[in-house]
Design a protein around this ligand. Sequence first.
Ligand code: ADP
Ligand code: MG
Ligand code: MG
Length: 335
Amino acid sequence: MSIFKVCTARTTYVSIPGRSALRIGIFGAAVDVQCKAVAREAAALGADTLFIEPDAFDRGLPLSMLDGRTFYLGEQVDDVQGFYLRYIPAPYAPSMERDGELVLYEDWFTTYMHTRERASYFVAWLLQLAHRGATLVNGPHAASVMQYKPFQLHALRSLGAQVPRTLISNDPAAIRAFHAEVKDVIYKPIMGGAITRVLDAEALERLEDVTASPVIFQERAPGEDLRIMLVGDEIVSAVSIETPEQHLDFRADPVYSGGEASYREVALPEPVRRFCREAARACGLTFAGIDIKRQGDAWVFLELNSSPIYLDVELKLGHPISRAIARRVVEGARG
Ligand code: ADP
Ligand code: MG
Ligand code: MG
């Protein structure tokens, strides 16, 4: 019997064991340009792509796990053995601005609980795939729900890589003492999602705001912003990001956010290449976008991104990042 059918009140699942076409999976939207680029490269390697849409649950698309088998859009998808993880949605509480303040919608709790359950489902699915031996670029612990900057700094530091002097704290007294000693201090959130800012006199006045959750305070590292793209052990791209004006965080420049940034290829000394590889391994990443500040001989590591945006660099400099990702995922899919 080649066709297996299960009926529930709502959905009919059909699975066809022994399908021959090789396919990869992408956790990400089919309209996302980066997902498209990876799918195109996978096609060149002979693999079709199954997109698992991040908003599947918003749209009520059928997704089921039945006694260890997984069905998406009514079709069994357990043949897929290689995945690119672009994005899975994190839990959130919907908010809006009212009179200059961020306020929650009245029914925020329902949305928060739904999105929390969905995130748990996606992470469990990824864990299940990893447990079954599927190739995930990247794996569940690196799912975009979580960014562990303090751990990354720990990993980098213990490898001997240079990182800025760092205080991660919710303690105003400790922050004041760090500022008095280090002087040129920036601050940024642990999970990301906000532009890096200078700890100036006005920010020092508001330190009571941080008691509810810790913030990263760091010595300001001078110099240019580098972005390294690593796939497996291969450094596929290393560039300096050039914006016309000097900003603390290059993304604050309208030229960058308008997609008009320019990039210059940089050569990395062997010890820096090694730190990149070893740090990615320590953080469980087979694909990483690594941020470094560089001035002269000082290569100061800031963070590793598990689902970095890279297509602009690929298109402008021709660095084959999508191809490297696709190759790794397709190899995994072939088993
Ligand atoms: P994110 O996850 O938000 O990208 P980063 O740590 O990469 O967090 O910080 C964003 C940007 O802010 C960096 O690329 C850099 O331009 C600037 N930045 C962050 N930390 C420092 C620092 N310690 N010194 C100088 N610039 C920094
Ligand atoms: Mg960054
Ligand atoms: Mg980041």
